[in-house]
Design a protein around this ligand. Sequence first.
Ligand code: FES
Length: 109
Amino acid sequence: MTTAEGFVRACALSELEEDTPKRVELGGVPVSVVLTEGEVFAINDICSHANVSLSEGEVEDCQIECWLHGSSFDLRTGKPSGLPATRPVPVYPVQIQGDDVLVSVTQES
Ligand code: FES
């Protein structure tokens, strides 16, 4: 299922657990889908510092932490809060339709 704006189904809302990232691949793009504080976010799953999967990190205060060197990325903006990462990670718009979580990896927000 793909909508005009490029939204594709990433997973079911009911399968997400609070603060437990879920890694999916959408059109070849690795994405970490995160339910936190009642909202769903989608962030590229690869740390901007090295090739590490962010979905294996912890979520706190609307940030996802890279487990390797500890940079955290804001789930709303993708910006790192501290070194060693200096570049943001792409974040993507999310839509909820019933129990479907839709993500558009063609639009970075
Ligand atoms: S690989 Fe993510 S902070 Fe270094």
